[in-house]
Design a protein around this ligand. Sequence first.
Ligand code: ZN
Length: 159
Amino acid sequence: MSEPLDDMYRDIILDHYRSPRGKKPLEKADVTSDGSNPSCGDEIFLQVELDNGTVKDIHVDCRGCAISVASASMLAEVIKGKSIEHAKKIAEVVKKMLKGEDTDIPDDLGDLDALQGVRNFPVRIKCALLAWVTFMEGIKNYEKGHGDVRTRVSTEDYE
Ligand code: ZN
């Protein structure tokens, strides 16, 4: 059974799709990653500038369906200014939320709440996940000391 996206959720997603946040490329990036979602054809390029364990700035350039672009835009909006640890926790919550697993959803997720509607469309879950796994893998590589390497991520590797 799938239900149509709630109107409010749809409006939020379309707003992010039409005017995505984090559009400005960064001159200096500590994390650079490319992600793809072959099942839909979505592609993302992501840059993160870190400062003392905090996400100072972030750039996302996502080419794909409305859900993938909106999710990437929401990531840019929510993650900017957060500590890496906090950002990782948010990414975990989003992943669980999209998969329909039990999780406490914090109040400070802002528009991310709108992604809950995506659960009703299983083929779109990876579209929404794309930005988050691309971000997380980039951060993981950075923490392993490979921040200078461009990370490549495919949603095929995620269930
Ligand atoms: Zn998609």
